[in-house]
Design a protein around this ligand. Structure first.
Ligand SMILES: Nc1nc2c(c(=O)[nH]1)N[C@H]1C(S)=C(S)[C@@H](COP(=O)(O)OP(=O)(O)OC[C@H]3O[C@@H](n4cnc5c(=O)[nH]c(N)nc54)[C@H](O)[C@@H]3O)O[C@H]1N2
Ligand SMILES: Nc1nc2c(c(=O)[nH]1)N[C@H]1C(S)=C(S)[C@@H](COP(=O)(O)OP(=O)(O)OC[C@H]3O[C@@H](n4cnc5c(=O)[nH]c(N)nc54)[C@H](O)[C@@H]3O)O[C@H]1N2
Ligand code: SF4
Ligand SMILES: [Mo]
Length: 745
């Protein structure tokens, strides 16, 4: 029987709505869902091909245990019993710092995070390593200092803005905001709107730009410093806004103005007059700005995030219509980890703090390999593939070999699973309940994702796996029959009242409540994830409740349950709230309610970034004449989630791009097989010669070198990256600036 079901794409943060035709438990056709209120019929080629994520040869169907260098099928009971036993003895002997979790929630399955974190905290550990801490945590740290909380981020108010400056981001390929291609093409066509792109390459996005600043790779800190100093020297700053909303301007003004912008822009290989004009326009217009991996993963990453906030603040572009605004998700904020809190853990060997609760994957190999009594000995990975995704595969391989216990929860046999002691099969994003949203402005969106396919094996929801493990480890408080009975009435409000009573009587159960809800309501709803989603809706902060009231939900006791029901009734997703654009700056959480520009940690760093010193570093002669952008995000990859190479058949999916002039100099031609060598390692790859690349620059996509059906496809970019090449403050990788050389293979 043919059925059409509403769902979403799990392959990037946009979670575009999909309509999936299912026949005999297989996806036979995948289309954009025009009824999805947020994505409105948008889709990219990844989404269209999502069946390759779901149906492929390497799907896991039952728990596996490593015996020697082979895996043996075991039962869930044996797997969880053994894992719990090993975990207990490691923790008993070496303490809670010996345990870390990695991943625990991506787009396909975010709800597992609550279960995994409760398990980890229940065992006394704070170590959650996550992909966010290999891209965004430097920025989040700065947001914490400037806006008061690490979860307060700004995003361009794209419909209202009339000048958008995009730095180090290629949304025409990465689709890294809602409906990216449609929005950008429309923006580019509009004569009243101005698109500025700052990117070393002639990217698909740069080709649409009114102004393309082809910056020298690795010089963005100089570029932003130059912009700020030009604006201050010309007195183009928005003084009225600064007086009202900014703290610390006078203290940093002279340091920032007193800078040789002309010399800096020479180092950036940009035209001074053109950049000056961009500054004038940015200060004068309804401008907004965004950046991405090109700068998040380049030299001076965290400092750049600070300079970006300074630039937007002095031009009065934060929290105003058409500028950079603070969006909100259903449920409000997120994690804020102030490393100055003495109770906050740092990594024991490398001494890095958590930012937004996440530790950086870059340091995990050192934390495992260290000769330290509290080194990491046990790692549980769920929904991440560190052995391909994170820097330095070689270091990770060495480290994983040394672990006393490694467990991987995934839907497929990944390179990480293949190195683990236990491999546990997870339901996929199309076989389980979950909820997706992402922050929105002014409207807030959410969708509860229904299972659209039946599992064909023993897979479990990751949340349920963690509950069973917690049970085995004695972490779940006793649950009275009355709570099961209340759940069995089928009336969620009755259950809610019983749960409230239970929590009042058992205040200590609070930190483990997700397990209690999972076991009781989850049993009734046949999904622990769905039960956790319901319980989250009962605890919405006041702000979310007010936003919900603005789109017609009735304030009061049942609001959370009403939202839950409305989401179940509309599987295509709905608007669950709306913010007041006039109020946006009230989101600030600093003590004085202003944007704070005084961040002492940036002082020295700022002084280091001057034209003369930078030029010396950039021009230093080494054995590696090229700069490698180690991993771009293009239409033929989806991180490491699309493993079956069949989806790219007939395409040049994974090549190293080189400029025509460089190919001439080095005697290469298009299609040659070359060896790319860095300080970390080497990989063989096909060369693609193109005018769109920059001279002296090489680009290789991320997410290849995957072993599917026992064969390797494409080059593993992280064989070429070193985990110690990282930001000094956040330890995020500097993948946009990896030195390399290219030889004939
Ligand atoms: N097709 C596809 N889409 C994806 C993904 C995917 O794997 N595949 N992954 C998703 C994820 S998780 C993410 S985080 C996003 C990433 O989305 P993007 O950040 O848009 O992706 P990148 O391809 O890394 O683009 C970075 C841009 O920075 C430029 N750049 C390189 N060096 C420098 C520099 O020194 N300075 C400046 N200013 N720019 C530089 C590059 O030329 C490139 O155009 O994509 C998401 N979307
Ligand atoms: N050199 C270099 N490396 C990079 C990048 C780069 O630009 N350069 N980009 C980086 C970026 S921006 C990111 S975000 C990371 C992403 O890196 P990761 O965090 O590793 O994310 P994915 O590659 O998306 O892998 C997610 C894993 O989750 C599994 N999975 C899918 N659905 C489910 C599910 O429902 N349950 C469970 N349990 N598992 C599931 C997938 O099979 C896959 O193995 O990669 C980073 N790596
Ligand atoms: S932009 Fe593409 S990959 Fe991202 S959610 Fe939409 S369809 Fe999926
Ligand atoms: Mo990412």
């Amino acid at each position: 029987m043919l059925e059409k079901k509403k769902s979403r794409c799990v392959l990037c943060g946009n979670l575009c709505g999909l309509e999936i035709q299912v026949e005999n438990n297989r996806m036979v056709k995948v289309r954009a869902d025009k009824e999805n209120p947020r994505s409105r019929g948008y889709i990219c080629r990844k989404g269209r091909n999502v069946a390759y994520y779901q149906h492929n040869k390497d799907r896991l169907t039952h728990p596996l245990k490593r015996i020697g260098d082979k895996f043996e099928r075991i039962t869930w009971e044996q797997a969880l019993e053994e894992i719990a036993g090993k975990l207990s003895s490691i923790l008993e002997a070496h303490g809670p710092r010996s345990l870390a979790m990695m991943g625990i929630g991506i787009l396909a399955c975010p709800t597992q995070g609550a279960f995994a974190a409760s398990l980890l905290r229940g065992l006394g550990s704070q170590y959650i390593y996550n992909a966010i801490a290999q891209e965004l945590t430097g920025r989040f740290w700065v947001d914490g200092r400037t806006f008061g909380r690490q979860f307060l981020h700004t995003t361009p108010d794209e419909p209202e803005t009339d000048m958008l400056m995009i730095v180090g981001k290629n949304p025409m390929q990465s689709h890294h905001f809602q409906r990216a291609r449609t929005v950008l093409k429309k923006f580019a066509k509009d004569p009243d709107k101005l698109l500025v792109v700052v990117d070393p390459r002639q990217t698909e996005t740069a080709k649409l730009a009114d102004i393309h600043l082809a910056i020298r790779p690795g010089t963005d800190a100089l570029f932003y410093r130059a912009m700020i100093s030009i604006i201050l020297k010309e007195e183009w700053q928005n003084q009225q806004y600064i007086d009202k909303h900014v703290n610390g301007f006078d203290a940093i003004r002279s340091v920032l103005a007193n800078f040789d912008a002309e010399a800096a822009l020479k180092v950036c290989e940009l035209d001074y007059e053109q950049v000056k004009e961009v500054c004038r326009l940015f200060a004068a217009r309804k401008s907004s700005h965004e950046s991405d991996l090109g700068v998040l993963m380049t030299r001076h990453s965290t400092l750049i995030s600070y300079l970006e906030n300074v630039l937007r603040a002095i031009c009065g572009r934060i929290g105003v219509p058409g500028g950079n605004v603070f969006p909100s998700g259903l449920g409000g904020g997120g994690a804020h980890s102030d490393e100055r809190d003495p109770k906050a853990w740092r990594t024991v060997t490398t001494d890095f703090p958590a930012i937004t609760a996440f530790y950086p994957p870059n340091v995990m190999p050192e934390e495992i390999l260290a000769d330290h009594p509290e080194k990491l000995r046990a790692v549980i990975v769920s929904a991440a593939n560190p052995l391909r995704s994170y820097a330095d595969t070689t270091a990770y391989e060495n480290a994983f070999k040394k672990l006393e216990l490694s467990v991987t929860v995934d839907i497929v046999m990944t390179e990480t699973a293949a190195m683990s002691d236990y491999v546990l099969p997870s339901l996929s994003g199309y076989e389980s309940w979950d909820m997706g949203m992402g922050a929105g402005y002014p409207k807030i969106y959410a969708q509860i994702h229904q299972p659209v396919l039946e599992p064909e094996g023993e897979q479990m929801e990751p949340g349920a796996i963690f509950t069973r493990l917690a049970d085995k480890l004695g972490l779940i408080p006793e649950i009275p029959d009355s709570l099961y009975e209340a759940a069995a009435t089928g009336d969620r409000l009755t259950y809610g009242a019983a749960l409230m009573d239970y929590m009042k009587e058992n205040p200590k159960a609070g930190s483990r409540i997700v397990f209690v809800v999972g076991k009781t309501l989850g049993k009734e709803l046949k999904s622990q994830h769905l039960a956790a989603i319901w319980s989250r809706m009962q605890m919405l902060p006041e702000s979310s409740r007010q936003y919900a009231a603005r789109v017609g939900f009735v304030p009061g006791l049942t609001l959370g349950d009403d939202l839950f029901q409305a989401l179940l009734d509309h599987p295509q997703g709905i608007w669950v709230g709306e913010m007041d654009p006039g109020d946006n700056l009230k989101m600030l959480k600093t003590d004085d309610g202003k944007i704070n520009l005084i961040v002492p940690e940036m002082d020295e760093w700022l002084q280091e970034v001057n034209p003369a010193t930078e030029l010396e570093i950039l021009n230093a002669v080494t054995d590696f004449p090229f700069i490698l952008k180690a991993g771009n995000h293009i239409d033929t990859n989806a991180n490491t989630q699309m493993r079956d190479p069949a989806w790219n058949e007939g395409k040049r999916a994974c090549t190293a791009t080189m400029h025509v002039d460089d190919a001439g100099t080095y005697g290469f031609k298009d299609g040659d097989t070359v060896k790319v060598i860095t300080e970390a390692g080497e990989e063989i790859i096909e060369l693609e010669v193109t005018e769109a690349e920059r001279v002296g620059h090489i680009t290789i996509p991320q997410g290849f070198g995957l072993i599917f059906d026992r064969k390797t496809f494409g080059a593993n970019i992280n064989r070429l990256t070193k985990n110690t090449h990282r930001d000094r403050l956040a330890a995020t990788p500097l993948h946009s600036y990896v030195l390399c050389r290219v030889e004939a293979a």
